[in-house]
Design a protein around this ligand. Structure first.
Ligand SMILES: [Zn+2]
Length: 91
């Protein structure tokens, strides 16, 4: 059996790349919602952010979620996503 190479992730907040864990996956569901994906396995277009609120905020400021996920996010969507992100960081 061949060892599968871990895919490289790039944080849409700070631009750091790594194949290590420590990224949070954000995914656009087929319904068009943008949600945090703790399993990393949900279907849909995904983007990665470091498990760091600073990177999350940087991604929000630069509208990276909208461009990475090809979705329009209003303030409510952003707030909901931030809450879920924070909950995930706390554990
Ligand atoms: Zn980052």
């Amino acid at each position: 059996m061949k060892a599968r190479k871990a895919p490289i992730r790039t944080c849409i907040g700070c631009g750091a790349s790594s194949d290590k864990r420590g990224f949070v996956r954000v995914v656009r569901t087929p319904e068009g919602d943008v949600v945090v994906d703790p399993s990393g396995k949900s279907n849909g277009r995904g983007a990665y952010v470091c498990a760091d609120l600073e990177c999350f905020e940087a991604a929000v400021r630069r509208r990276r979620f909208s461009s990475a996920l090809r979705v329009n996010m209003n303030e409510d969507d952003t707030d909901r996503l931030r809450e879920a992100f924070e909950r995930l960081l706390v554990g």
